[in-house]
Unconditional design. Structure first.
Length: 317
C-alpha cells in the first residue's frame, strides 16, 4: 500500500470515528440512492452498449429459463442516433428544445407577473394565493386527463365555448401544430404556480429600503424593476430556471397522456420516444437506454454551461 493510500485510509478512519453519527445518518440515504438511482443508471449504461431487445433478453417462460443472447456492440447505438441514420433524433430534439424553451419562458414570465401582483397589498390576497397554487397541487396525470377531456373535439368544454360565440370546433389534439400549442398550454398551467411561489419568496427577500431609496432618487417604476427587482431575484431566478428546464425537458406525462397515440410521432419529445422504444411494439431496450443516456448527457452539458455562464456574469460585475 502506497503512502498516499495509507494516509487516505487513516484519514477516513479518523473521520468515521469522530463523525460516526453523521455517517450513520447519511448511510440509509446513500443505500436508497444506490438502489433506486445508481443501479438503474448503471444498468442503463450497460444496455446502451449492447443490442438488447425483446427477442434476445433473458427471461423465464413457465418452467424454462431462456438465457440472454444479446451481445456487446460498443458505440453503435450512439452512432446510430447521433449520425442521423435513425432519421428521427434531430427533429425530436428540435421540438423538445422548442417545447422546453417555450414552457420555461411562459412559466417564468407569468409566474413573475403573478408574484409581483401578490406581493402588493391587495384585498383577498390570501385567497388568490391559494387559488393560484391549486394547479401545482393537482397530480400531473389527473391534470392531463382533465385537459384531454376539455380538448375533446365533439364534447369538450373549449369547443362548446367556441360554438357559443359562433366559432367552429377546433381539432385540438388532431392537427400537429395545434396539438403542440395545446400541450404547451397544459404544461404552462401546471408549471406557473411553482415559479410564482419561488419568485414571490425572492421578492419578499429584497429589502424594501432599496425600492424606497430608488423612488426617492426619482426612478420610474420600470427603472426600479430593472435595477432593483431583477438583480435581487437573480439567485432565485437562476435556480428555478435551471430546475424548470430539467423538469420540462423530461416532462413525460403531459405529452404522453394528453396527446397519447393520436398525435403519431411528430409531437413526441425525446423522453416519450425513449419510452415507446422500451415498452411498445418490438421492445428495443438498448435503443431506449441509449436515448436515456443521450438525454442525461444533454442536460448535464446544459447545466454545466448554464452555471458557468452565470458565474462569468457574476465575475464581470
Amino acid at each position: 500500500m502506497s503512502t498516499l493510500t495509507a494516509k487516505t485510509v487513516t484519514k477516513t478512519r479518523r473521520s468515521f470515528a469522530t463523525h460516526w453519527y453523521a455517517w450513520a445518518m447519511v448511510l440509509p440515504v446513500v443505500v436508497v440512492l444506490a438502489v433506486l438511482v445508481g443501479y438503474p443508471l448503471g444498468r442503463g449504461i450497460y444496455l446502451s452498449f449492447t443490442d438488447a431487445n425483446e427477442a434476445n433478453i433473458g427471461r423465464v417462460i413457465g418452467d424454462f429459463e431462456v438465457p440472454a443472447s444479446y451481445r456487446f456492440v460498443g458505440l453503435d447505438n450512439y452512432w446510430h442516433i447521433l449520425s442521423g441514420q435513425e432519421g428521427s433524433f434531430y427533429p425530436r430534439l428540435t421540438w423538445t428544445v422548442i417545447w422546453t424553451a417555450s414552457c420555461v419562458f411562459l412559466h417564468y414570465t407569468i409566474g413573475l407577473g403573478l408574484a409581483m401582483l401578490l406581493n402588493r397589498q391587495i384585498r383577498g390576497r390570501s385567497l388568490y394565493r391559494v387559488l393560484l397554487i391549486l394547479p401545482w397541487a393537482v397530480p400531473a396525470f389527473v391534470a392531463a386527463f382533465a385537459w384531454k377531456l376539455m380538448y375533446n373535439t365533439d364534447n369538450g368544454v373549449l369547443n362548446a365555448l367556441l360554438s357559443k360565440i359562433g366559432i367552429g370546433a377546433v381539432d385540438w389534439l388532431g392537427d400537429p401544430t395545434i396539438q403542440k400549442l395545446s400541450v404547451i398550454a397544459v404544461n404552462t398551467w401546471l408549471g406557473v404556480p411553482f415559479m410564482m411561489v419561488a419568485i414571490l419568496g425572492g421578492l419578499q427577500s429584497i429589502p424594501r429600503e432599496l425600492h424606497e431609496a430608488a423612488e426617492m432618487d426619482g426612478a420610474s417604476a420600470w427603472q426600479r424593476f430593472w435595477n432593483v427587482t431583477v438583480p435581487g431575484l437573480r439567485p432565485v431566478s437562476s435556480t428555478i430556471i435551471l430546475l424548470g428546464t430539467i423538469w420540462t425537458f423530461n416532462m413525460f406525462p403531459i405529452i404522453y397522456l394528453v396527446i397519447g397515440q393520436a398525435g403519431g410521432t411528430e409531437s413526441e419529445i425525446l423522453v416519450t420516444y425513449a419510452y415507446r422504444l422500451a415498452f411498445q411494439g418490438v421492445r428495443d431496450y438498448a435503443g431506449s437506454a441509449s436515448y436515456g443516456i443521450v438525454i442525461l448527457s444533454l442536460l448535464l452539458v446544459f447545466s454545466v454551461f448554464y452555471r458557468r455562464m452565470l458565474s462569468r456574469q457574476e465575475v464581470a460585475k
